[in-house]
Design a protein. Sequence first.
Length: 270
Amino acid sequence: MSSDRFPTFYLSHGGGPWPYMDEEARRPYARLEKSLRELPRQLPRMPEAILVVSGHWEAEEFAVMSDAAPAMIYDYGGFPEELYHIRYPAPGSPRLAARALSLIQQAGLSARSSAGRGFDHGTYAILAVTHPQADVPVFQVSLRADFDPEAHLRLGRALAPLRDEGVLIIGSGSSYHNLRRFFGPRGRREDSVQFDAWLRETLVDSAPAQRSQRLLQWEQAPAAREAHPREEHLLPLHVAVGAAEEEPGAVNYREDDFLGSIALSSYRFG
């Protein structure tokens, strides 16, 4: 393995535009923020670009953001007005976006270029902490709306060569994403702990072939549908794993009582 090859990450991105909130409001995110702030030290060098697969962008076929200066999408509600005017001013990377699109199509996956798509909070909630200067080009690749786990592993495999070309691949989602139960009755913590234990066993303790197979059958995991009634925040994991399929996984962040309620985690591969 090249020492210059970038690892991939599956990161739990937290709620809405939390890095832009005041210090008091950010306090519950302190451990998540610390892990994100330390992420650049795990990279071999400054990336040529950052590719984010966010749980907040779905398309009928895989879509690749092609803009040179992406706009912003404020895809959240109930926050102060000033948080609907924030900017993460990183440039796009049309050249590397075109390279990613070509790799996806060469892998036999239907894909298209997408002009006019802005950064969603699954991207800037992470990068505002990991790369606050916004000095690295960023582009996104969508999920596929059928949520086929095998297709998303294949997407990761297709994108894998970019790791040797200076591209940092991040799957941005959440290891637990059941908002109804998060703000609802008891039971959510037990659900999150069960599913989080399965994730660690799958991603860290399993051999690569077994890891991929378990991800294809993720619905069989304990509390799987309680943790992910809709899997859009889980499937970015499949992309991150597919792009580093033969390489070891490690816990990059974990806490047992995120926002006083749930177990939450993030992972690194390679």
